[in-house]
Write a protein that binds this ligand. Structure first.
Ligand code: PGA
Length: 268
């Protein structure tokens, strides 16, 4: 059976609401008929207008973060129910910028995850090792800590709605990526852990996306790996043409780089 791919654009703190709707207008004709699940994680103020614009299209709109409480005196925070009412279908949790810049830990991310399930928002759990951990050969140790820290205690029936994104911190925004084989090794490790936590059937069904310097040129190779079910794209998702190329390329929609056709092939 052909793989079903998910491609998520993470806009981070870019684009006003007006720019968001212009972007969606430009993107839609470029991805017409796609079979890829296309998600956009947009800034809070763009959620509602983007949802209106993307109605009855393949584009699914979500948020980049949320608080773990239902409501409360938490100045500057946003609750899952607020996102849900604005139309967000999913939320990124544990992105490395949240972990590193805003000091979010696994226990907090776990609580947010539980809240997201309660509020019926699909969580996209982001995990990944720093350059230091990578250099010291501690990638698997870090992935295990982050996965177990966030997921232990999550009921099986909820886990089937989860998406996991493997994003090595050193690959984010750096132009560097692990080799396809290294990505597969990490994804295989994550797959095994998910199967241990939730059983084989659910573990095998959870999409595992790769993120970190994904571009139209490298997504062919990355998407070919067995346990890669899609990609999470930061910088390259900001331009609708580049993002559309990634969506096309991962699903084999555009021709792969190949040798020029011979005269005989051309005649056929
Ligand atoms: P990048 O970011 O594609 O710009 O490396 C990925 C991310 O932060 O999710």
């Amino acid at each position: 059976m052909a793989k079903s791919f998910t491609v998520i654009g993470n806009w981070k703190m870019y684009k006003t609401a007006r720019q968001a709707t212009d972007y969606i207008e430009a993107l839609l004709p470029l991805i017409d008929g796609t079979k890829v699940n296309v998600y956009l994680a947009v800034p809070y103020t763009s959620i509602h207008p983007a949802v209106q614009y993307a109605k009855e299209t393949p584009v699914i709109i979500g948020a980049q973060n949320m608080n773990d409480s239902r409501e409360g005196a938490f100045t500057g925070e946003i609750a899952g129910l607020m996102l849900k009412e604005a139309g967000a279908a999913f939320v990124l949790l544990g992105h490395s910028e949240r972990r590193n810049v805003f000091k979010e830990d696994d226990a907090f991310i776990h609580k947010k995850l539980i809240r997201a399930f309660q509020d019926d928002i699909q969580p996209v759990l982001c995990i990944g090792e720093t350059a230091d951990h990578h250099g010291k050969g501690k990638t698997q140790e870090v992935l295990q800590d982050q996965l177990e820290g966030a997921l232990k205690g999550v009921p099986k029936e909820e886990a089937s709605k989860l998406i996991v994104a493997y994003e090595p911190v050193w690959a984010i925004g750096s132009g560097k990526t692990p080799t396809a084989a290294q990505i597969q090794e990490a994804h295989g490790f994550i797959r095994d852990l998910l199967c241990e936590l939730f059983g084989k059937k659910i573990g095998e069904g959870i999409p595992i996306l790769y993120g970190g310097s994904v571009k139209p040129e490298n997504v062919f190779e990355i998407g070919d790996e067995k346990d890669v079910d899609g990609v999470l794209v930061g910088g390259a998702s900001l331009d609708p043409k580049t993002f559309a190329s990634i969506i096309q390329n991962i699903s084999g929609g555009a021709p792969k780089k190949r040798a020029p056709r011979t005269k005989k092939e051309k005649k056929e």
